[in-house]
Design a binder for this molecule. Sequence first.
Ligand SMILES: Nc1ncnc2c1ncn2[C@@H]1O[C@H](COP(=O)(O)OP(=O)(O)OP(=O)(O)O)[C@@H](O)[C@H]1O
Length: 251
Amino acid sequence: MENAALAIRGLSKRFGGKTAVHHLDMEVPRGSFYGFVGPNGAGKTTTLSMATGLLRPDEGQVEVAGVDVWAHPTEAKRRMGVLADGVRLFDKLTGEQLVTYAGLLRGMERDLVAERTADLLRVLGLEDSAGKLVQDYSAGMTKKIALASAMVHAPELLVLDEPFEAVDPVSARTIRGLLDSYVASGGTVILSSHVMDLVQRMCSHVGIIAAGQLLASGTVEEVRGDSDLETRFVELVGLEAGEQELSWLRL
Ligand SMILES: Nc1ncnc2c1ncn2[C@@H]1O[C@H](COP(=O)(O)OP(=O)(O)OP(=O)(O)O)[C@@H](O)[C@H]1O
């Protein structure tokens, strides 16, 4: 546990009669690039929301670099940057204002925030849209400005829910480069994704979740074994809907 950037123990969440996450234990080693994968509705967003202090668990504990997220939220949040899925941004701000606001909220000096905001906007190709309201951004631009807001305080851990969704291939490559050098310099990333190929190429570690439970976790090599990650994923999760056909759709 000492070497865990993120340690989750016995985490559970129910919504009415539906168990979204069930006694989940998970450890993301420091310095790892951890892919969190699972079918739709598996509990990825619910887990990451509880891990980042956005959604209160029914049971269980979460620690970021040894700091309990729910007992010491301010201290824990200082150590992480979060790109949440489906959470509304302050979209009446311009992109530049939003990143600046995120930095100031973390207690950073105004000059340093300005410097880093300019760097992030430039690297992410948002310089020309810096003065535009976030509500007028495209889906991919919104993802990128949210990512910039998550990174501005140079946290130890980045928790990214679907960071590549809606992002064009050129921007995706830029983001991959940013994240790679962040991990190479000692940072830890956990990202959720549906794209197995991307996880296999980018990540050092992977966790597979289905029906609120972790089915496998370890290095990508350990989890995929002799096959590729997608095959292993389908073996663990099952094909279910994929095996069925629509007879009326045959032309
Ligand atoms: N606020 C909520 N109220 C009721 N049910 C919820 C709520 N949030 C999530 N759920 C349910 O919990 C389960 C897990 O949802 P979650 O969004 O965590 O899955 P996910 O793995 O992120 O899915 P996806 O890959 O489709 O984004 C689903 O059955 C979902 O319908």
